[in-house]
Design a protein. Structure first.
Lengths: 322, 271
């Protein structure tokens, strides 16, 4: 359109005319009433999560207040706290204690192994090496969970690579001595708590590295230098400067390692002894035993433990490191 | 100028970091060796011989193909649902402020923050209370629920970097809401959505804990693997499937990383 023609046209309104049709009307409506658009956007995800997820959670919680009739095996749908009382039987307390101990040990070991990787990646790796470290943590994190467990079954098997390696190094006696220890030992590593522990650490380790690295990235390098300039030994610098600054990251990572260990039932089933963990107890109670109320009550245990854990973690500022 | 450039790491730290990374990677590499072993009955190391015959055997196993097809269909549909729900939620949370905004972020993250067994058993008890029989859709229901968070995280990170004034500018220039979405918002968030979708697909393809509770008698690839781990039938076939699964999950992750690598938040840094 030429300039003349544009000018000679009738005075154009400052505001464009509304575009026609349904589409225009809707578009105008969204603009004039942003609340309407917001509701329209939020409704599908909230309905989905609200009905499917929160609904199911409440259905589960409600069932923990039912009880099972010990003679008929039928579920008695009346409010009772008896099922929660059952949690405090010696056998069940044992399961809870064992799981929490394992979760704590796994968390501790993951933190120790994760720290050097995270520190190197945050402070020294640059450019291509940084990307390599990042992928080096990401790929194991996202590799198939079952394949990772399977790989460890291959490694820990009696005829597997670890025994072969120890035999080559003439260290088999060490392995036998370890396996003859009371609690951590067993017939072979793949049916011992040691095996369960190693696999837990392996599978959850990346969840610890990433937040610790995020926390360490924020520590300026000259802080460490200042500490050594002022005469601190590397050990003192670690204790008084690095560790306190990395702590929120470690706590953030421990949320994952702790919570994931509490709820897992596949790792101890495949690599471990016949003594149960919370996840296995839930699984067998709802499956073979058909005692859904007790299974539901058992799931409340990790929820409560994680509730306290998250509350404590929040007070230590762990959520800023996520 | 920062003084921490070009420093060399202490040797002990280097060794500890290298050992840690080896610890993470060697077990997965081992899977690749075992896929070629001639040994059938045990996990003996070193492998007595190498062969590629198990690839042909696996190729001809209908149960493997059935599981693979179910897994791919479930992952595709769950990813599609998660893409829609996650993007809507991220757009609402990042573009506007309203009462209960924090609660919504928490609600989205909850399915992945609580142990998987809780999500699983909650869904199963809800299905049994409502008399819903297990089907393809009960698996999708569970998977889509925890895939939303992956898409949401990626989309929120991208929306945070996208200036809201671009949308206003587009509207000022006369585009209506749909045109703005099509020509301004979508190109901006496309790679983040693609990355989120890839991760959601990988997450769903690999999920086993929730699936055992929602699948009934159906077998996805992870459930097939779990069965083989508990009651081994033909170990070499399991080895081959394990190797293929590693490769299939590897590619989307690398691609998602590639798509978002220059952003402030790289896809996949939380699972």
């Amino acid at each position: 359109m030429s300039l003349d023609a544009a000018i000679s046209r009738a005075p154009t309104p400052a505001i464009l005319p509304g575009s026609g049709g349904m589409r225009g009307a809707l578009s105008d409506l969204f603009w004039r009433r942003p609340k309407f658009l917001l509701t329209l956007m939020l409704a599908p995800p909230l309905l989905w999560l609200g009905i499917v997820y929160i609904g199911s959670l409440f259905a589960l919680l409600a069932q923990s207040f039912f009880s099972i009739d010990e003679f008929s095996g039928l579920i008695n749908r009346e409010f009772t706290l008896k099922t929660y009382g059952d949690l405090f039987q010696a056998a069940n307390l044992d399961i809870i204690l064992r799981t929490v101990t394992m979760a704590a040990l796994v968390t501790l070991a993951s933190a120790v192994i994760a720290f050097p990787i995270a520190y190197y990646a945050a402070r020294y790796a640059r450019g291509r090496w940084k990307a390599l470290f990042y992928l080096g943590v990401m790929l194991p994190l996202w590799s198939s969970y079952l394949v990772k467990i399977y790989a460890w079954k291959l490694i820990l098997a009696k005829e597997g690579i670890l025994t072969w390696l120890l035999a080559k190094l003439n260290l088999l006696r060490l392995l036998d001595a370890w396996l003859s220890l009371p609690i951590v030992g067993g017939n072979s590593l793949s049916v011992s708590f040691t095996g369960t522990f190693i696999v837990f650490v392996y599978v959850w380790l990346p969840f610890m590295i990433l937040p610790v690295q995020a926390a360490l990235e924020r520590v300026p390098g000259n802080l460490v230098e200042a500490s050594s300039d002022l005469g601190a030994s590397p050990g003192q610098t670690f204790r008084n400067v690095l560790f306190p600054l990395a702590l929120p990251g470690i706590v953030a990572g421990s949320i994952f390692t702790f919570s994931l260990t509490l709820g897992d039932y596949i790792i101890p089933q495949i690599i471990g002894t016949s003594r149960l963990f919370i996840g296995q107890a839930v699984y067998s109670q709802q499956g073979t035993a058909g005692n859904i109320p007790l299974a539901a009550a058992f799931t409340v245990v990790p929820i409560v433990i994680m509730g306290f854990y998250l509350w404590g973690a929040k007070r230590m500022g762990a959520f800023d490191a996520l | 100028m920062r003084s921490d450039r070009g420093q060399r790491a202490p040797l002990g730290l280097k060794i500890a970091a290298a050992c840690g990374l080896l610890f993470l990677h060697l077990p997965i590499l081992l899977i690749f060796v075992y896929a070629f072993t001639t040994e059938e009955k045990s996990f003996v190391w070193p492998p007595p011989g190498l062969t590629t015959q198990w690839f042909a055997v696996t190729w001809n196993r209908p149960d493997v193909w059935d599981a693979l097809s179910l897994s791919v269909r479930v992952a595709a549909i769950s990813t599609a649902i998660a893409l829609v729900l996650g993007t809507l939620c991220a757009a609402a949370v990042s573009q506007t402020r309203f009462f209960g905004r924090e609660a919504i972020s928490l609600l989205v993250i909850l399915p992945i923050a609580l142990p998987g067994i809780i999500t699983g058993i909650a869904l199963r008890s809800a299905f049994s209370l409502a008399d819903i029989p297990f089907s393809f859709w009960t698996i999708v229901l569970g998977h889509a629920t925890f895939c939303v968070v992956v898409v949401y995280n990626n989309a929120v990170a991208r929306f945070r970097r996208t200036s809201g004034s671009m949308i206003e500018a587009s509207m000022d220039l006369g585009a209506d809401g749909f045109q703005t979405f099509r020509h301004v918002v979508l190109p901006n968030i496309a790679t983040a959505l693609l990355a989120g979708g890839m991760l959601a697909f990988a997450l769903s393809f690999d999920e086993v804990i929730v699936t055992t509770f929602t699948a009934g008698q159906q077998q996805t690839v992870p459930i097939w693997m779990l069965e083989e781990l508990i009651r081994p039938r033909q170990r070499p076939v399991t080895n081959v499937v394990a190797m293929v699964v590693v490769l299939v999950t590897l590619l989307p992750i690398l691609f998602a990383y590639y798509l978002t690598r220059d952003g402030d938040q790289i896809a996949g840094s939380g699972k």
